[in-house]
Design a protein around this ligand. Sequence first.
Ligand SMILES: [Zn+2]
Length: 550
Amino acid sequence: MPGPRAQQDHYVALNARVYQSSTNGEAPTFAECMVVKDSIIQHVGAATDHAVATARAAGAHVRDMQGHTVLPGFIDGHLHLLLVGQSLNKVSLDDCRSLDDIRTVIAQYARAHPHVSRIFCRGWMHSMTPAGVDASLLDDLDSRPIFVDTKDLHSTWCNTPGLREACRVMNISSDTPDPAGGNIQRDAAGQPNGVFNESAVFQLMWPFVARVTSVDERKEAIKAAFTAFNAAGYTGMIDMAMDDNIWEPLMELRNSEGAFNNMRVAAYWLMKPEGSLDQVLAQVDRVAALAKQFHADTTPDCRIVGVKVICDGIVDACTASLTEPYSTGQHPDPIWRQEVLDALVARAHTAGLQVALHAIGDSTIRMAIDVLERNTDRSRRPRIEHLELASAHDAARLGKLGITASIQPVHSDPAILRAWPRLIGPQRCERAFAYRDFADGGAPLALGSDAPTAPHQPLPNLYVATTRRSFREPELETVVNAEFALSIGQAVAGATHGSAYSCFADRWTGSLRPGLKADFVVCQVELTPDKLVQGRVMETWFEGKKVYPA
Ligand SMILES: [Zn+2]
């Protein structure tokens, strides 16, 4: 659809290494030349091709790419757009190792920023505070509300002013029951004491933060995320927890610009595990109505493609549902009952929606595959998010059923897996992040970052995927299950074509082929597992127009 952003540009990129994706794991090939006209790739091939001479005769200008690599624009297969934007301004605790470190960083920030009204932090890990936390541990640092997110965003910890504000805005008291699939941490007297876990984060803290930040602040956060993602080489993204708090500023932003001119967004609307079955199905119906309005033909730059269901938690918090208990004795169930999931997925399928199920533990993964097998089919390109501890049997079922394995290699960074052997034992760790199994079984792969729970840059993500080593701590020699490493071809395809395929965007983007949008990245990069991480994104082009550097 030629929109107002369509560029009447006509050019020939010469002396390039234009990446030609292979999805079957074979080594990629390169073309030396690409012709772009009116935002579309016209031709990919050799400089001596007839099409190149024709373009030049018609006045196309020539760009000398100086031998640089041209990759398809990256598409983040799983992220949280508003949270990414907001986190760009949060205090990073990534380098902390202990409670003392955390307190030092927050105190320094507070002193340096006397005018911010609230202090938001990110990057806390439970392993930094093995004795547990509550509000009192932050109370002497500053009188302003302080909110600290875990790296995985599954817990939020606040000081007493922060707790008071959240309780007031969200109407939380000692009588408030824990939401399904989460909890409000309490003291001996039953009073909330400053920590929110799992669905209590998604259902209480996220809406709280959204409510205390204005629509304008949220628009700014989204814009900041687009800019940061362009700089990292992205031209597309898939939001995995869309809701009204994000949709409202996103639409306002879009409408003020006519259409997005630097990023394409596809969204899965987050389902909430609350109320009766009818109320759950009503959530699906509402998304179906929205998707009828915002789809590829009406708003190709920003559309709703399906529903997202968070079926369990995470291993570090012992909330991912496993077939055998954790070493700690914990043995949680999945967040949703299977009957409810069956009905939800069937309803979504009938309405033409795609389904994305978050499943991390082996028990939840099995249930998720069962539910998708019974209630939808490959024509809808269903997907499972994370797949961190899949059995060999279930890994093989993904491909048979046409289920996209939506994986975030940055989550398999050994630097953040230190608690796993203690929590699940070394034997179960051998099944961690079995990406190669998924690929070998024929599952389509979509790579994402799950930002802001992990760094969003694509090259580090590809590095971890192909080396299974740490990007966060490069000196760390640990290799996480080397046999599950992806090839460069699989990883790059997963982060471009695969993410596009996962949401039916492969018809217009994700590869560098004639007829597709000219979404591409100019990189200085050596495409070998060890060297990837030193690569540098030099330019990002969206629909034939340079968006980075802007
Ligand atoms: Zn996520």
